[in-house]
Every structure is written in C-alpha cells, then in structure tokens.
Design a protein around this ligand. Sequence first.
Ligand SMILES: [Zn+2]
Length: 185
Amino acid sequence: MSPKLSTSVSTTIDSHCQHISPKGNRCHMLTDATHRPANGAARPTLCAYHADRLRASIPAVNPEVLAAELLGEIDDFSTAGSVNLFLGNLVKQLARKRIARRDAIALAYISQLLLNSLPALEREVEAVNEAEKEAEKFAFARRLRERSRELASLGNQQSTASPSVACPDAGRAAGPSKDNAGRPS
Ligand SMILES: [Zn+2]
C-alpha cells in the first residue's frame, strides 16, 4: 500500500516544475519535455520558463577554463594570501559575468570557511614545531647525560688505574707553584 502511495506522489512531483520561488511557493507549470537537465537528473525538472531562466543564469564558460582562471597560481589554501588571491579572482570573474552569482556566493562562503580554519591550522603547525623542539631538547639532554656518565666512568677508571693523578695534594701543590712561575718577580 505504501509503495503505491509513494509512486503516485513522485509522479505528481516529476510532472510539475521543481522551481521554488524565494517565498517558498512551488511553480505550478508542467515540466518542459524538451529541457535536458544539466544536473544529471533523468527527467526534465523545470517548466519551459524556468528552464530558460536557468540557462540564462549559467554563463557559457568552459568550467575547466573558469577553474584555471580562478585558481591561477594557487596551489593550496593554507595561507590567508592564497585565499585572498582566490577571492580577488572570483570578484573579477563575477564582474565579467563569467560565473553564476550563486556559484560565486558559494565559493565566497567556502573561502570564508577556509579563512576561519587558518588560525587553527597555524596553531596545529606551531604545536607540531613545539613538540619537535621539545623532543630535540629531550634528546640533547639525554645525550648530555650519557656523555657525562661516560666521562665519569672514564674518570673513575683513571683514578683506580693511577691514584697519584687523582690525589688532591698533588694538584694543590702543582697549582700555586705554576702560578708563581708564571708571575714575573
Ligand atoms: Zn516553472
């Protein structure tokens, strides 16, 4: 029973224009059978009038060409500069009426989102850098500890091998005499 109901509903929708006015009113005209929908829909979805209006609102510019002109030298949108460049290109294309207003608005909105995400991106990069610096510091401290341990064990070996070198009296005795020898009297 329910499949039958949904079929009848969808038939009514398909035979009528899908255009909805800004006030939310659905167009009551029947769809134009000669209109080939560009959005990949199997059947025409607009009446002759709205199909014409849609055609007029979409400029006849090759999408690839438009994309190349919009993107230009931009590789990614990871900097405010690249997003700004893109917006500038977008304004140029809109001024020349090479891009549909709705597409331009959508792209401007996406650009805004990209700009909003930049501070978070920067924080992320900073956090990664900070973590790398921390890791470097930690590794350096570890190397330092290892080196001092090596030196200490080396010193212990030497002191056990020849006690006279580590004898504090010998060092103290040698110190002042060296000082006296260096000073002209
Ligand atoms: Zn219509």
